[in-house]
Design a protein around this ligand. Structure first.
Ligand code: BGP
Length: 472
C-alpha cells in the first residue's frame, strides 16, 4: 500500500537513543560494583575487554549534555545489577544506587525521559555460579532486584523494560557470553528452555510488581524482533518461516502479552522432551502480567527455507543476533538476495521494519517503543575532529521513513531509541563496530583520550528531532 499522505509523528514521540551498562559504562569493578558474567567471560580474540568501554561512568554529565544538545526526549540505558547488588542478592551498594540517581537526575535536568532496562546481558557472576537463570530461585532474585529499582527510582522513572533480548539470550547465548549450561547436561534444549521459562516468569512477576508499586509507570518487554520471510512461495518454506517466526519472535510476545506459550513452540519442545517444568504460581503470574507497550529491537528481517537436515541431528545453537542459524528439520536461515549488508554482514531492510511493526501491532494491539535499531560500521575520525558517517544517516533516513509509513498504516508508536547514543563496545565484535551519534576517541586496545566528537549523524539527528521527524 502506498500512502497518498503520510501521517505525522505523534507530538510527544520519544526521540532518543540507547546503550547498555556493561557496554558503555566501564568502571567495571569500581565503587563496590561486583563482577557480572560479562566481566568474567572469555573476551573474543582481537576485541577489547569491558573494563573501560566508553567510560560513561565517569563522563555521564558530558554525555547527557551532548544528548541534550541533540534534543533527546529520552535515553534508554540499563542498570548494572552488580552495581546495585554486587553479589546479585543481599547487600545493596549505596554507591551504585547513587550513580543511577545521578544519571537519572542528569537526564531529567534536560527534560530527557529515562527509559530503564533492568537486565541487559549482565547476570551477576555470583549468581552465574549458582546456576544463573537455570536456578528456579532466579525468578525471585530478579523480582527482588526489580523491587529495589522501583523503590529507589520509581518516583522519577516512568518507562521500564524488563529483559533485553531474552530471545537472543536463548538462541545465541554463547555468542553474547551469557548462556550458562550445567556440566553433564543431557538435554541441552530442555535446559535452555527451562532457563527461558524462568526469565518469562521473572518478567511477568516484575511487570505485576511494577504496576502494584508504581501505578503511573509503564513497563514492557524488549525482545529482538525480526519478521521472518519464506525464501520462496514453496509451501514448505512458508512452514519454515512460521516455525522460525514462532521460535524467534512470537514465543516471547505471546507470553508477555497474553500469558500463553506459543503452540508451535510448545509442540516442538514436547517432541524434544524439552518442555519447561512449571512450579505452582507460574501460570497465574504469566496470566496476570500485562505490559503497557512493546519495547523491541529491530535490526533486520530473517529469511528461511525448509531445512532438509535430519531432524534427529542436533539442533544447532549458532549464529549471532541476526545471522546464520539452522535447526534441523525446522528451518534454515538463508541470505535474502534483495537486501544489502552492513560491513559486518547484517542485512539491511528498512521496509522489513514497516512489515515487522505492522505484524506486531496486528497481533498485540499495543503501542510500540523502538528500543534499538542502528548501523554498526567502521568510522574514521578526521584530523579536524569530524566523522563523516553519511552511510549511517542514510540508514536512519530509510528506517525512520518506514516508521512513518507504519504510523500511516495505523500502528501506534511511543518512540524511537536507536542503538546507540554513543560509541560503545559491541557484544562480540569489539570497539571497531561503532554505532553512536557521538564518537569516542579510543581504539580496540589503545584508550587514547576518550574524548567525545560529534559525528555528522549527530547534527542530522538533531535536525530530525527538532522537526519531529519532518526534516529527514
Ligand atoms: C543487540 C543488543 C545490544 C547491541 C546490539 C548491536 O542485540 O541488545 O547490546 O550490542 O545488538 O549488536 P552488536 O554489538 O553485536 O553489534
Amino acid at each position: 500500500m502506498k500512502h497518498k499522505r503520510l501521517k505525522p509523528f505523534p507530538k510527544d514521540f520519544l526521540w532518543g537513543a540507547s546503550s547498555s551498562a556493561y557496554q558503555v559504562e566501564g568502571a567495571s569493578l569500581e565503587d563496590g560494583k561486583g563482577p557480572s558474567c560479562q566481566d568474567v567471560k572469555e573476551i573474543p580474540e582481537g576485541t577489547s575487554d569491558l573494563k573501560v568501554c566508553a567510560d560513561q561512568y565517569h563522563r555521564y554529565k558530558e554525555d547527557i549534555a551532548l544528548m541534550a544538545e541533540m534534543g533527546f526526549k529520552s535515553y534508554r540505558f540499563s542498570i548494572a545489577w552488580t552495581r546495585i547488588l554486587p553479589k546479585g542478592t543481599g547487600e545493596v551498594n549505596p554507591k551504585g544506587i547513587e550513580y543511577y540517581n545521578n544519571l537519572i537526575n542528569e537526564c531529567l535536568k534536560y527534560g530527557i525521559e529515562p527509559i530503564i532496562t533492568m537486565f541487559h546481558f549482565d547476570m551477576p557472576a555470583t549468581l552465574d555460579e549458582r546456576g544463573s537463570w537455570g536456578n528456579p530461585d532466579s525468578v525471585q532474585w530478579f523480582v527482588d532486584f526489580a523491587r529495589i529499582l522501583y523503590e529507589n527510582y520509581g518516583d522519577r522513572v516512568k518507562y521500564w523494560l524488563t529483559i533485553n533480548e531474552q530471545n537472543v539470550l536463548t538462541l545465541s547465548g554463547p555468542v553474547i557470553g551469557t548462556l550458562h549450561l550445567p556440566e553433564n547436561c543431557t538435554n541441552v534444549l530442555k535446559e535452555i528452555y527451562q532457563q527461558n521459562h524462568h526469565m518469562l516468569v521473572a518478567q511477568a512477576k516484575a511487570m505485576v510488581l511494577c504496576h502494584e508499586m508504581l501505578p503511573n509507570a509503564k513497563i514492557g518487554p524488549a525482545p529482538n524482533i525480526s519478521l521472518v520471510y519464506p525464501a520462496t512461495c514453496k509451501p514448505e518454506d512458508v512452514i519454515a518461516a512460521q516455525n522460525f517466526n514462532a521460535i524467534r519472535n512470537w514465543l516471547y510476545l505471546d507470553m508477555a502479552v497474553y500469558g500463553i506459550y506459543n503452540a508451535i513452540v510448545w509442540s516442538w519442545l514436547e517432541e524434544n522432551d524439552a518442555t519447561p517444568t512449571f512450579v505452582p504460581g507460574d501460570k497465574e503470574a504469566m496470566k496476570n502480567a500485562h505490559p503497557d507497550f512493546i519495547g523491541f529491537n529491530y535490526y533486520n528481517t530473517a529469511t528461511v527455507a525448509a531445512s532438509d537436515l535430519d531432524a534427529a541431528e542436533e539442533t544447532a545453537l549458532m549464529g549471532d543476533q541476526q545471522s546464520g542459524r539452522e535447526m534441523a528439520g525446522i528451518f534454515k536461515q538463508v541470505d535474502n538476495p534483495n537486501l544489502p549488508k552492513t560491513e559486518f554482514g547484517w542485512e539491511i531492510d528498512p521496509v522489513g521494519f514497516r512489515a515487522t511493526t505492522r505484524e506486531m501491532y496486528s497481533r498485540y494491539h499495543l503501542p510500540l517503543l523502538v528500543t534499538e535499531n542502528g548501523l554498526g560500521a567502521y568510522d574514521t575520525l578526521t584530523e579536524d575532529g569530524k566523522v563523516h558517517d553519511a552511510y549511517r544517516i542514510h540508514y536512519y533516513q530509510d528506517h525512520i521513513r518506514q516508521i512513518q509509513e507504519s504510523i500511516s498504516d495505523g500502528t501506534e508508536f511511543l518512540g524511537y531509541n536507536p542503538w546507540s547514543a554513543i560509541d560503545l563496545i559491541s557484544t562480540h565484535e569489539g570497539m571497531v563496530k561503532r554505532y553512536g551519534f557521538i564518537y569516542v576517541d579510543r581504539d580496540e586496545f589503545d584508550l587514547k583520550t576518550l574524548d567525545r566528537f560529534r559525528k555528522d549523524s549527530f547534527y542530522w539527528y538533531k535536525k530530525v528531532i527538532a522537526s519531529n521527524g519532518e526534516d529527514l
